[in-house]
Design a binder for this molecule. Structure first.
Ligand code: SPV
Ligand code: MG
Length: 542
């Protein structure tokens, strides 16, 4: 089924036996609002189109600038638009070009008035306005009608005889000539506060062609009067712009006076309503249909509840993750590394001096029992804080800074569960600190570059000959495996015996349940900050 043309819809309104209404609109959004209110056609008025551009109704906006706006209005709506085409912007030649361009832009009709270019609004010194020569005006009508390719496109002619101080005879003489020249209807305009002129005209003219009125000045007349008189269309010609102006003036004055938004917020449309009027949801649906599936999206959970007592005074009032290195908290370096690889949704589990962990754009979960619990409990709190399992998840520590390369390597693994393991484990051993050592299905070696390596066991007490590397806390869990991780963590955390459990207990349990944990070997590119020496080393990192 082909949609009914806007031209046809407008012609039907113009020729229907009952009174129909056109609402003024002056841009895309006002046009859409008019359609949503139930209007079946719109008036693109010259007064309001020029006013929304901030210029006078004297053809100061060029006709192509009018055309530009009409295109937005037509795109924003499904109902026909009648353009107030002023005088046609010149002579017959301009009118025929105008008609073609309006058809191209989906405009249903144009109204031209019998004055001279550049025109002046009818309500400004109307009686000083000069009318066009009747024959010359008829040439504009004929050329316009000859130019249209769509039979239903309407050319309405506006008689300004009353405005310019002439009487009924002059108005009728002109109507007769315009009708003979091919006009589809007469707009009879009047600046009186009562509809006497337009009623007199309609009475004499009868039903020879549809008659259109603009009751701006005789606004108090009951609509019933127009209906009974047999008018075809009534145009509410400037009320959307005037309503907007009042609302904008009040809002601007209030904000200027109060220097805050409290009292205006509830009196103006919410931003969501603007999105709706713009059709934002349609674009979201289209993106789903047309855009290639985005790469797996990731979020991150940073376990940062511990104080880091070894750092002494530095962590008296803040946790280790907020200790500054190169002028920025460790956490800020960690966030930058995540951001650099496209991860922006980050949740930090806080404990010691939670209030001091306050970087913007992060989500927070708190582990109030941090002092006597282990990483497992912090992980449980972090997982509980965000129930979204539609994204892959990174887990890492708040005192480990790293190069984004580690995240990229884990991403590339494309495995349900993967950890990064540093082959340079002897460095930690040499520094005499506890570390999460791991044994894997294979040692790191260039020879088995193409082999996939999996975790075998993890612990601080692994015998040296079994150690293949050190796990620095990076864990990547795909969205598909997240429910499994949740289940394992919940199960472990429910057992009071696991209160002090570390992250390695989670890996062990995942493996015990038959899960395979892929190991990505890396060398360096990270640093954990446990001591003051580490703080100094961190200053050199990167
Ligand atoms: C307009 O809306 O631009 C009109 C009607 O032409 S009036 O302002 O009354 O002249
Ligand atoms: Mg006008």
């Amino acid at each position: 089924m082909t949609a009914r043309r806007k031209t046809t819809a407008f012609r039907e309104l113009l020729q229907s036996p009952q009174l129909e209404f056109l609402l003024e609109a002056h841009n895309g959004i006002s046009a859409r609002i008019g359609e949503e209110a139930g209007f079946r056609a719109l008036w693109a008025g010259g007064l309001c189109l020029s006013a929304q551009y901030g210029v006078r109704d004297n053809n100061e906006a060029s006709w192509t600038q009018v055309l530009e706006m009409l295109e937005f209005m037509a795109d924003a709506t499904t109902i026909p638009i009648l353009l107030d085409g002023d005088t046609g912007y010149g002579n017959f030649n301009n009118v025929r070009r105008l008609v073609r361009k309006l058809e191209d832009r989906g405009i249903a009709g144009v109204c031209i008035e019998d004055k001279l270019f550049p025109k002046t609004n009818s309500f400004i010194d109307g009686d000083k306005q000069q009318l066009s020569d009747v024959d010359e005006f008829c040439s504009r009508i004929k050329a316009g009608k000859d130019a249209q390719r769509d039979d239903d496109f309407c050319l309405i002619t506006r008689i300004e005889a009353f405005i310019a101080g002439w009487g009924l005879d002059e108005a009728l003489r002109r109507a007769e000539a315009y009708h003979a020249a091919g006009s589809d209807g007469i707009l009879i305009h009047s600046a009186l506060s009562r509809p006497t002129e337009v009623l007199a005209f309609r009475k004499e003219w009868g039903g020879r062609s549809p008659v259109v009125i603009v009751p701006t000045k005789y606004h108090s007349t009951p609509t019933e009067v127009f209906r009974e008189a047999g008018f075809s269309l009534a145009i509410w010609a400037n009320h959307m712009l005037r309503a907007a102006v009042t609302a904008m003036q009040e809002t601007a004055a209030t904000i200027a006076r109060e220097q805050n938004l409290r009292s205006v917020e509830d009196r103006i449309a919410p931003v969501k309503e603007i999105f709706r009027l713009q059709g934002a949801s349609e674009l979201q649906e289209a993106e789903e249909r047309y855009l290639p599936r985005k790469q797996a999206r990731c979020r991150a959970l940073i376990l940062a509840a511990s104080r880091g007592k070894e750092l002494g005074e530095l962590t008296e009032l803040r946790p280790k993750t907020m200790v500054k290195v190169r002028g920025r908290p460790l956490l800020s370096h960690i966030v930058s590394a995540y951001n650099a690889t496209g991860v922006k949704r980050i949740c930090v589990v806080r404990g010691w001096h939670a209030e001091a962990v306050d970087l913007p754009s992060l989500a927070y979960a708190d582990n109030p029992e941090f002092a006597d619990s282990g990483e497992l409990l912090s992980l449980a709190k972090g997982l509980d804080a965000d129930a979204d399992d539609s994204m892959d998840l990174f887990v890492s520590y708040g005192d480990v800074i790293f190069n984004r390369y580690i995240l990229d390597a884990l991403n590339e693994a494309g495995e349900e569960i993967a950890i990064a393991v540093d082959t340079n484990w002897r460095e930690s051993a040499n520094r005499g600190r506890a570390a999460d050592y791991v044994a894997c299905t294979q040692a790191h070696s260039r020879r088995n570059f193409y082999q996939q390596v999996y975790l075998d066991s993890v612990g601080e007490e692994l015998p040296e000959e079994r150690i293949h590397g050190e796990w620095m806390g990076f864990l990547r869990v795909s969205a598909a495996a997240l429910p499994r991780l949740r289940e394992v963590v919940r199960g472990l955390a429910a057992d009071p015996a696991n209160r002090q459990a570390k992250m390695q207990a989670v890996l062990a349990e995942l493996m015990r349940r038959g899960g395979k944990i892929r190991v990505i070997y890396t060398t360096g590119h990270w640093l954990d900050v446990d001591s003051l020496d580490d703080v100094l080393a961190a200053s050199e990192f990167g």
